[in-house]
Design a protein around this ligand. Sequence first.
Ligand code: ARG
Length: 416
Amino acid sequence: AAVAPALTAVKAAHWIDTESGRERGPVVVLVQGERITAVNEGTAVPAGAKLVDLGDATLLPGLIDVHVHLTSDPTTGTGNYYQDALTLDVIDDAVIAPTLAKRTLDAGFTTVRNVGAPGYVDVSLRNAIDRGLIPGPRMLVATVPLGSTGGHADDTTGFSPDITFGGPTGVADGVDAVRARVREDVKRGADVIKFMASAGVLSNEASVGAPQYTQAEMDAIVDEAHRWGKKVAAHAHGAEAIKMAIRAGVDSVEHCSFIDAEGLKLAKQRGTYLDFDIYNDDYILAEYAKLGTPPAQIAKEKLVGRVQRENFRKAVQAGEKMAFATDAGVYPHGWNGKQFAKMVQWGMTPMQAIQSATWNAADLLGWRDRVGAIKPGLYADLVAVKGDPLKDVSALEHVDFVMKGGSVDKTDATAR
Ligand code: ARG
C-alpha cells in the first residue's frame, strides 16, 4: 500500500492572512508533501506529526518579487561598468545565477518573476530549480526582453559599432518583427513577455522616458503574447509610454516613474498592475558612480528617483493594483525585503505592502492557486520573522525561517 507523505505541523504564535488582510494567531499549519493541507487556529498538534515550533514568531506565506534579474548584481561584476560589458559573458551569468537564486530564497522570496535575462539562462535556472537540482525560488521567466533598435533592450547602444556582441537579442522593430520575437521567446520557454515601452535609466539612450515603440508595435506584442497565453510586463518610465502600454493591454507596467493622472485612471479602469521599484534609487545614487557607471545614466536616475516615489504615493491613494517589484539585480539579490520599509514610508500600510508581495503578486502572476497565502491547497511556502511586521515592516528584512514546497530551506535565527 502507498505510504502517505509525512505530516509536518508548523506552529507559530501569529500569522498573517494575506487574503483577508488580517493578522491572526496562534496557528498550526499542516503540510503534507509540497502542499498545505490545513490551517488550524489554536495550538493543537496532531499525533504523529513532525513539529516545527516557531514559538512567538509571525508566520507569512513565502514572499513574491515580480521584478528581478537573477543573472547578475553589483556583487558579481568586476566592479566596473565597461569592464563588465567587455569581459563578462552569458556563461559568467549562468555560473553565478544559482548563488543569486539561493540568496533570494534565503531572504524569504519563494517566488519571483525574472523579467529579462541573457541567453535563456533564466529558462535553465527555472528548470533546474523546478527539478529540485538546485535550491531557488519558483520562477516565472521572460527570457529576452523585446525593445526597439537603440532602446533600453539594445545593449549595443553607446558602444563602438566595431564591437560585436553575441547571443540572442530582443531588438525587434515593426509589427511583424515583434510578433516573431514574441514567438521566439515563447518557443524558448518564456512564461511571460517583457518589452521596453519607454527609454530607461541604466542604458545609453539619451531619454529616460520617451516611448520606444509605436502604439501599433505595442498592440502587436500584447496581442501575440496573449494569443500564446502569456502575460505581458512593460518597462515604462514616461507618462506617454505608460498610457500606450496600458492601452495596448499589458498586464503590468514596471517602474511607472512619471505616471500621470490619466495614466492612473486608465490603469484603474483596465485593472493593470503598477509595479514601482522604489528602493532602487537609494542604491544607484549611493553606489553606481563608484562602479564606473556612465554619468549620463546617473543623471537620468536623478530625474526619476524622487518623482517615482511621489507617484507611488499617488497610486496607493488612488487604490491601484500594485505588486511588489524591486528590480533586484540592479542592487544585491537578497536585499529584496528592504523595499518594504520604503513602501510604508511612501504611503502603504504594512499590510498593503505585505499583500503586494503575496496575495496581490500572486494575482498578477496568475498563480493564486499556488502561492501568495497560507491556505489549504497552496504550496507550503512559508516564512517566519521575529516581531510584528505590521508594527515594523522592516522585520521582513530578516527572515529566520524559510520553507518552500514543504522543504525547509533555512531555519537559522541568527542568519543575516
Ligand atoms: N532597470 C531600470 C532602468 O534602467 C532601473 C530604474 C531604477 N531607478 C528607479 N528609480 N527605479 O530603467
